[in-house]
Each structure stands twice: as structure tokens, then as C-alpha cells.
Ligand binder design. Structure first.
Ligand SMILES: CC(C)(COP(=O)(O)OP(=O)(O)OC[C@H]1O[C@@H](n2cnc3c(N)ncnc32)[C@H](O)[C@@H]1OP(=O)(O)O)[C@@H](O)C(=O)NCCC(=O)NCCS
Length: 230
């Protein structure tokens, strides 16, 4: 699998970045693997005596170099990463702020803690600037939920970065479709989603819509992105 295995929109986006030649990367070799995972895989192989001390040191130094280059290039700007339990206060504040504005559903602290693995956060200087989560349905499709960015710093790319992170995560999990129900279609169109109908998303209707007081006068529109795999 190569970098063009993502959605068409993401591919076009990647290709349009400054039109500079991008080194070829066979993403299949890294499918779902973080620097953390690579290091732990190397340590396990060393424990089984399948790697020498020298090879493990070389791998550790290479991974450290990758992290250092990324950190230096990223200084002063934001990163999107997996949420942690130490983010919980900020997550609750963000989710419930946008719930009070009527943009998202409210969620209890317990619910957010239970679902911490599904959340991503956008962080700058240790401050959480935005969040969202990827909810996977039992049919294998996924929904982006609880998306919100600090109201003081809108339109600076954080929303796009969080959505890209979760769509990439969905791709790592080999999920075929990611959808969202939103009152903000312009944003999702900008970040590569296409309009669909709520009726085309039976999971959503069964789970939430049937119990929603706005069932007959829904003001949300459905957007989706389909992910490709070779
Ligand atoms: C929707 C939201 C997450 C967008 O976050 P953001 O950080 O402001 O968005 P970005 O800066 O990443 O925007 C990406 C692109 O979408 C555009 N965009 C963002 N919000 C938009 C809007 N309301 N209308 C039209 N375009 C919009 C940006 O201009 C940008 O376009 P560009 O790439 O051409 O410059 C943010 O506005 C938010 O928190 N809204 C309230 C909660 C909400 O609506 N959540 C979604 C529920 S499904």
C-alpha cells in the first residue's frame, strides 16, 4: 500500500502540498504502527535474542532522531495526538462547551473516560485546543463525534488536523466509511467529505436518531468519506 491508499480528497491534498517531490514511502510497512510500537517490537525481539544489543541501540537512536526532527519542525505549532486520561478535564470542558452551544451532544465525564481510546486531541504548549472521537459501529463503519475547537482560535487549521488524524486512524483500522452528522457542512466539504443522506446511514438512525426529539425536523446533514484499500 502506498500513500495514495487514503481517500481521494486526502490524496489530492497531499499532492497539492507545495507540489514538491515527496519521498516515496511504502505505508503498508508502517500500517497502524507508531514509533512506540516499533521500539517495543525491537525490545521484544532483543528479549528473544533475535536482535543484538547493537541492533537495538541503532533502532533506538534512529527512532529518537525521527522524534527529534519532528519535534524541532513542530515547535511553536500544534500537534494532534491520542487523548490521555490527563486530558480529561480539558476534554470535558471542550465537549460540554460545544454541547451548551447546541453543536454537539453532551457527554458525562464517565462516558469520556470510558471512551478515552476513541478520542484525539489537538495540543499546543500542553494546552488542549480541540478534540473529537471516532465511534465505531458494529457494522464496521465509523462516525466522527464530539468535534470542537477552542472558540478563541477557530479557522487556524486545528479542526482539519483533528479530522485528518481520525480519518487516518480509521484507515489504519481498515474502516471503509467515516461519516458525520453536522450543522457545519461547509467545514466537512472543505476537509474532503461528501454529502450523503442520513437514510444511507442506518447505524446512526438506529442508535441515536430514533430517540432524538428533532427526529421529524432534523437540522443536521450527513457527510461521509470512503476509504480505499488495495
Ligand atoms: C467546525 C470546527 C471544528 C472547525 O474547526 P477550525 O479549526 O475552525 O477549522 P479549520 O481551520 O481546520 O478549517 C478548515 C477549512 O474549513 C473552513 N471552515 C472552517 N469552519 C468553517 C465554516 N463554519 N464555514 C465555512 N468554512 C469553514 C476553513 O476556512 C478552512 O478552509 P481552508 O482550508 O480553505 O482555509 C470549529 O468551527 C468548531 O469547533 N465548531 C463548533 C463545533 C462544531 O460545529 N463541531 C462539529 C459538529 S459535527
Amino acid at each position: 500500500m502506498t500513500v495514495n491508499a487514503h481517500s481521494d480528497a486526502n490524496t489530492q491534498q497531499a499532492q497539492s502540498v507545495a507540489n514538491e517531490p515527496i519521498p516515496f514511502v511504502d505505508l503498508a510497512k508502517f500500517h497502524g504502527v507508531s514509533l512506540d510500537d516499533l521500539y517495543h517490537r525491537a525490545v521484544m525481539l532483543k528479549q528473544k535474542n533475535c536482535l543484538t544489543e547493537g541492533q537495538l541501540s541503532k533502532i533506538a537512536a534512529s527512532l529518537q532522531e525521527v522524534q527529534d526532527v519532528l519535534d524541532q519542525s513542530n515547535s511553536g505549532t500544534f500537534v494532534v495526538r491520542q487523548a490521555r486520561l490527563s486530558d480529561i478535564d480539558a476534554l470535558c470542558n471542550m465537549v460540554n462547551y460545544w454541547a451548551q452551544q447546541g453543536e454537539n451532544l453532551p457527554r458525562s465525564r464517565e462516558d469520556i473516560i470510558r471512551n478515552i481510546l476513541t478520542f484525539a486531541v489537538c495540543v499546543k504548549d500542553n494546552e488542549v485546543l480541540g478534540c473529537a472521537c471516532l465511534y465505531v459501529y458494529d457494522t464496521g463503519l465509523a462516525e466522527i463525534r464530539s468535534l470542537g475547537v477552542n472558540p478563541m482560535i477557530q479557522r487556524q487549521g486545528q479542526g482539519r488536523a483533528i479530522v485528518d488524524f481520525l480519518v487516518h486512524r480509521a484507515w489504519q483500522f481498515e474502516i471503509k466509511k467515516v461519516f458525520v452528522l453536522t450543522r457545519n457542512p461547509e467545514f466537512f466539504a472543505k476537509v474532503g467529505f461528501s454529502k450523503t443522506t442520513i437514510d444511507a446511514l442506518p447505524e446512526k438512525i438506529r442508535k441515536d436518531c430514533e430517540h432524538c426529539p428533532k427526529f421529524d425536523r432534523c437540522d443536521e446533514v450527513a457527510y461521509e468519506v470512503n476509504l480505499k484499500y488495495h
